[in-house]
Write a protein that binds this ligand. Structure first.
Ligand code: NDP
Length: 337
């Protein structure tokens, strides 16, 4: 069976040649094990954090020479566990390989679980809208930024997996939504397809000037996927009492130490009594059912679109990942096996 391994730790922007595809022998199943034939796996910016050497408490570093990991769904082909039947679709964290041997653990966030594909959802939805990306957008807006009536919302990396959902959830709840992204096509998609009230490309000019144009009355909530200069611009335009959901900081993932972008406008948070709150989706694992209920109903009524960028085959996966840093994707990036 084939796996994608880390060939060397990238310095700066990762390249497809930092990875390799190798053939490995599958271990024999022991009691409690489940063999899954992966059909889809997720390609996520946070993997970049795990490519640096040195673990943090939240992001374990990938070992050079070892297979990568990531969210995946596939079908059970053999099971030594009573809760998993052959044919069941399983959501688990051992992606980036054709077959995974998984076993339930005490960690409710990462432990493999059977997913219900009977509600006519394609199984990969559990990696996106009904999965970690969706939970991130839903929890970030509703429980971290604590959306209130009348809030003007700004979402950066608005055309990505988390961003597309955050834009639509805020819009569905009746908010004025401003989004940014890195190309004219994405900007058009945000306004014409997803219904953002305004959108702009951060490549088209000064971020702060563009925010001033599109949010003349300021913003109340900033959903931060980018960090660095985007966070700085938002801090300048947040209204007193405004809230920031610190979701991600993709503009800094390729940097280490002194080259990390500095946040220059932090004192604005003092002046305006802003709340900046970081979070990880896993902190909301216990709200998964509530979140999936909301998302199911929005997906079923057609009120939410969930674009996907799909590449096929393990060999194409490294370039799909490195492409996240140049914005090659629209919506959720997935590998189909
Ligand atoms: P996306 O699908 O949004 O892909 C990343 C996008 O980021 C690219 O498409 C690109 O779009 C944009 N981008 C890349 N580099 C830069 C840059 N230097 N400046 C501005 N934009 C850039 O990924 P996700 O939706 O999966 O993730 C979005 C963010 O959310 C990431 O920061 C991620 O780490 C974070 N996240 C956090 C989670 C949590 O639990 N807190 C969970 C999941 C994700 P463009 O063309 O617009 O540049």
């Amino acid at each position: 069976s084939r796996v994608v391994t880390l060939a060397r730790r990238p310095s700066g922007v990762p390249q497809p040649t930092d990875f390799s595809v190798e053939e490995v022998e599958l271990p024999r199943l022991r009691e409690g094990d489940v063999l899954v034939s992966n059909e889809w796996f997720s390609v996520d910016p946070s993997m970049r954090i795990r490519l640096h050497g040195g673990d943090s408490a939240y992001f374990a570093s990938f070992a050079v020479g070892a297979p990568l990991e990531g969210w995946a769904v596939g079908r059970t082909v053999a099971s030594e566990h009573p809760n998993f039947q052959v044919g069941d679709y399983v959501f688990h964290s051992a992606g980036w390989r054709e077959h995974a041997v998984v076993a339930p653990t005490a960690d409710a966030w990462t432990s493999p679980r059977v997913v219900d594909v009977s509600r006519s959802r394609p199984p990969q939805t559990y990696l996106g809208a009904l999965g970690p990306s969706g939970l991130t957008s839903w929890a970030g807006l509703l429980h971290v930024a604590e959306l209130r009536e009348g809030d003007v919302v700004y979402v950066s990396a608005g055309a990505g997996a988390v961003g597309t959902l955050a834009v639509q959830i805020a819009r569905l709840r009746g908010h004025r939504v401003i989004a940014s992204a890195g190309s004219a096509d994405k900007v058009r998609f945000l306004t014409d397809v997803l219904g953002a009230d305004a959108a702009f490309s951060y490549r088209d000019g000064d971020l702060s000037d563009q925010l001033a144009t599109h949010a003349p009355g300021g913003i109340d909530v900033y959903f931060d996927n980018v960090g660095g200069d985007h966070l700085d611009a938002a801090l300048a335009h947040l209204n007193p009492g405004g809230r920031v959901a610190l979701c991600g900081s993709i503009s800094s993932y390729n940097e280490t130490g002194a080259s990390q972008p500095a946040v220059r406008n932090l004192f604005r948070a003092v002046e305006k009594g802003l709340t900046l709150r970081g979070f990880l989706a896993r902190m909301f694992a216990d709200r998964r059912e509530e979140f999936q209920r909301d998302l199911h109903s929005w997906l079923e009524s057609g009120s939410i679109r969930f674009p996907e960028t799909i590449v096929r085959g393990l060999d194409a996966a490294p370039a799909a990942f490195t492409g996240l840093f140049s914005g090659q994707n629209l919506g959720k990036t997935l590998v189909q096996l």
